[in-house]
Design a protein around this ligand. Structure first.
Ligand SMILES: [Zn+2]
Length: 116
């Protein structure tokens, strides 16, 4: 199905094609812990920006394998970009930034990112 997401102020907006999301990853790494991300993954090609790419700021740290995308105006981090172990371009979508989703109904899978 097609999900619609955005940052709070709307300078970043996007569409995501995904199976209906029933499960998200709650990670305890240093950035997810602070930002409260609830993530699921799709191939990069399933994420389509509907606002200009120049609106996005990017942050990476440690191994710089994930580029955390965020809005420099309102501060929301609606998705991240990176590659999976096979080298495929992937997007990590922050379910908290989607419009059409019931967060309380999602199963949260704990991921120990702090140790990885
Ligand atoms: Zn914003």
């Amino acid at each position: 199905m097609l999900y619609h997401g955005s940052c709070h102020c709307g300078r970043i907006a996007y569409e995501v094609e995904s199976e209906p999301v029933s499960q998200v990853i709650e990670c305890n790494c240093s950035i997810c812990q602070r930002r409260g991300h609830l993530l699921f993954f799709v191939p990069r090609s399933h994420l389509r920006l509907t606002t200009p790419e120049e609106h996005i700021a990017s942050y990476s740290f440690n191994t710089h394998r994930i580029r955390h995308q965020f809005c420099p105006v309102c501060g929301c981090g609606p998705f991240g970009l990176g590659t999976d172990p096979q080298g495929n371009e992937m997007a990590a979508i922050n379910a908290r930034c989607l419009e059409d989703i019931d967060l309380a109904a999602l199963q949260r899978q704990q991921y120990d990112g702090r140790s990885h």
